[in-house]
Design a protein around this ligand. Structure first.
Ligand code: AP5
Length: 222
């Protein structure tokens, strides 16, 4: 029951919900966006290749993302479950995921699809700030740091992500509609999608997600 994908447009709250659900279930949160940003900040060859796509709000080529994903999923801790955030983003990635998981004797249980209006997305992304050092995520309106511009967790500086600038957000939203929405149909056809209302505060969205997973778990036992 705990091999999960969280799906939804940029800024819909995937990272935030994944952290919460991961904590409750004791499973790792694997975000390809975070893994790519780590490569970029370490200036690895893969990071340097990925950066130009990320800065423009476009998808990084499948072969680069698939490589980091397979590495992450092969970790021992993923055997008890995981929550995948930001992958798959194309139908080719969904097929690749199936191949990787079948090698590991695993399969996806549920795809949590967060529905949030475009107005709310633009609001959330323009007010998001992230720690330059540890990557912790804040929101100036809904989850501000204790001291302005400083990470509560590590004291690092809080910044606006390069790809949260309004012109890049627009491209990311277009890319999502064009490339990633078909991925949802792929999982709808497999009866794996749980549609969740992603509006409201974090506690409300978290409760909706946990309730939906709980209902599926109870239904499976009967
Ligand atoms: P990635 O990092 O995955 O970006 P994304 O999908 O655009 O999603 P975000 O991280 O922007 O938002 P989120 O949904 O996690 O929202 P969050 O929880 O932070 O990818 C970045 C780039 O990497 C891509 O553009 C692409 O180039 C590349 N990439 C990554 N994966 C790839 C792949 N598989 N293939 C190819 N390329 C790939 O929340 C947003 C804000 O809202 C925060 O401030 C948060 O505090 C706040 N918030 C969250 N929930 C709530 C709530 N319920 N109420 C109020 N505020 C909330």
């Amino acid at each position: 029951m705990k091999h999960l994908i969280i799906f939804g447009p940029p800024g819909s709250g995937k990272g935030t919900v994944s952290e919460e659900v991961g904590r409750v279930y004791g499973i790792p949160h694997i975000s390809t966006g975070d893994l790519l940003r780590e490569h970029v900040s370490k200036k690895t060859t893969l990071g340097m290749k990925a950066k130009k796509y990320m800065d423009r709000g476009e998808l990084v080529p499948d072969e680069l993302v698939n490589e980091i994903l397979e590495d992450a999923l092969s970790r021992e801790e993923c055997r008890r479950g995981f929550i995948l955030d930001g992958y798959p983003r194309t139908v080719a990635q969904a097929e690749e995921l199936e191949r990787i998981l079948s090698k590991l004797g695993l399969h996806i249980d549920w795809v949590i699809n967060l529905n949030v209006s475009e107005d709310e997305i633009v609001k959330r992304l323009s007010t998001r700030r992230v720690c330059k050092v540890c990557g912790a995520v804040y929101n100036l309106v809904t989850n501000p740091p204790k001291a302005e511009g400083v990470c509560d967790r590590c004291g690092g500086a809080l910044i606006l992500r390069e790809d949260d600038k309004p012109e890049v957000v627009r491209t990311r939203l277009q890319t999502y509609v064009k490339m990633s929405a078909p991925v949802l149909n792929y999982y709808v056809a497999k009866n794996k999608v749980l549609d969740i209302d992603g509006s409201g505060d974090v506690a409300t969205v978290r409760a909706r997600v946990l309730r939906a997973l709980e209902e599926k778990s109870v239904a499976k036992q009967h």
